[in-house]
Each structure stands twice: as C-alpha cells, then as structure tokens.
Write a protein that binds this ligand. Structure first.
Ligand SMILES: [Zn+2]
Length: 51
C-alpha cells in the first residue's frame, strides 16, 4: 500500500534513519547504541539508505 500522506512518509523515513539493526538477532536498537540490548552483540549495522 503506497503512503500518500507526505507527512507520514517523512516520519517513516526518519524512523528508518534512526536505528541500528543487530546482525545476530535482528533486534532494533536506538541510535547511539554500541551494542545490542537483547543479545549484547556489537555486530550492529546502521539501518540507513538513500531514497
Ligand atoms: Zn542482538
């Protein structure tokens, strides 16, 4: 389903930019996190991409 509301789209994009994904367990972590809050792994990747 396409997002038609530009305000919602903006919020969704900002959220995408705003967290880290754990490569071990796939948990989302807040920006600034150095390790996964679920499994304590430091194997995080940024959830960032350009539109
Ligand atoms: Zn993890």
């Amino acid at each position: 389903m396409p997002i038609s509301d530009p305000e919602k789209l903006r919020i969704a994009v900002e959220h995408r930019f705003n967290y880290w994904i754990c490569r071990e367990c796939g948990a989302r972590n807040p920006p600034g996190a150095e390790k996964c809050r679920r499994c304590k792994s430091k194997n995080l990747r940024p959830k960032r991409f350009k539109r």
